[in-house]
Design a protein around this ligand. Sequence first.
Ligand code: SAM
Ligand code: SF4
Length: 527
Amino acid sequence: MTKENRSPDLKSGKGAKDYSKYFDFSGAKVIAEEEGKTTFRIKGRTIQVNSQPDYREGKRRGKEEIEVHYDFAIPEDMRTFGEGKLYSITTYGCQMNEHDTETMKGLLEQMGYRSTEDRNQADIILLNTCAIRENAEDKVFGELGHLKHLKTEKPGLLLGVCGCMSQEEGVVNRIMAKHGFVDMIFGTHNLHRLPALIKEAVFSKELVVEVWSKEGDIIENLPKKREGMRAWVNIMYGCDKFCTYCIVPFTRGKERSRRPEDVIAELRELARQGFKEVTLLGQNVNAYGKDFTDLDYTFGDLMDDLRKIDIPRIRFMTSHPRDFDDKLVQVLGKGGNLMESIHLPVQSGSNAILKRMSRKYSRETYLELVRKLKATVKDVVLSTDIIVGFPGETEQQFEETMSLVREVGFDMAYTFIYSPREGTPAASMEDNVPAEVKSERLRRLNELLSEQSRAGNDRMMGRTVEILVEGESKNNANVLSGRTRSNKLVHFEGQKELIGTFVHVKITDTKTWYIKGEYVAETAAAL
Ligand code: SAM
Ligand code: SF4
């Protein structure tokens, strides 16, 4: 049995983790072991474990080369399996998960499945989960509670849990023990195995668990179902930064970059298909290319090559400040189709906290990078991520975050209360900031950010800006909404035919989180 295929020691709770800590597996019985797969019987349900998550394995950063495969195909006997059947996927968390969902939709549609908004009609329901904070996980367990009823009414329904939560040991064991009605648990490294897993779950009638701890190779030609005029493109997978609070290096594996020629070919194809905007994705896009052994090619080089492709807007996320080099600053300064909105997570303004987070930059180096960006990228608009209430954060240290937010003048930030994630170094630090103090700090921070967002919007009054029209406003069908180059949301009255096009809008009113404007029929020559 290979390490990846190791089965859990359910009975004794021995191994990398004490499973008995979670639940009582005393009733679990091994009924078969073959070809690296172990079949258990737990509480009347048969569970086939192909491989299960292992944090120690997930943390290892081996030197073995990642292979790139270009020959993926749906197994022949599954190509029409989904004909006449419907699927529903619920996605939690970040853009990376949204993009994984596009891949799963692509796989299901190649098998003949069609999508449905109505879960009651679905033959297969997948929950693509997020593990970044505890409340994201709570939502999924709540959802499983609802789905149990549906499964009871419709036993033929196939239920799957995938995404980052599936990469966690404790979660997989909790599902096996408490939510035995789930049919499939698979992780982030083996999405391409979806057709094979469906087959195993349907024909064996067992709960199939297949979560790879070691990341898989890169599979280039997986189908994707993209909608609208904006596309996500992965340029790399995984993260090697190991910030002390973060679960991602465990759930997404080691950093591995797609070959530049494959990324360039994908963008060319998207341009050919008429996509108007592409967002390049990676947990730390600035580390792009560091894993190439045969190429000296960085994220700056990639952006310099991509800006020559006929895609009107290119964005990227997320940047780690530590790897943001001068070459990239200089390439972004060329503008054109490279947008001037940059998401640059800072997490804290205190050097002591940054050190305990293991972010590997200081307040001063972050501010120096901001200075360079402001000097080089015309009209740059910066946004960030901030965690409040990290273990040991003092009032003074929190105030340093507030002062950094003022100094940079962020227009927008995703703000979070620290949530301990099992298995991460911060989870064993003393979490001595009372919950009410954390909430109060979050409130003060968000208040400051609202003021800054409003001030940033006010500065745009009277200007005429180019926006990409994305659709109708959520609250009023007569109003269209779109985004500026700097990613600000703009509402204006206009004909539906404008959706998917670039138009010019004169800003006439500003709010905290959006702007109102008037459609300018004649394209302004100079903005
Ligand atoms: N790779 C990105 C980076 O380095 O900034 C971030 C990816 S993570 C999906 C998005 C954000 O979630 C982080 O920037 C951080 O602010 C937040 N986050 C991650 N772990 C967290 C935790 N344990 N508690 C609270 N927020 C967390
Ligand atoms: Fe998590 Fe981002 Fe740090 Fe990686 S760089 S460990 S994804 S916060």
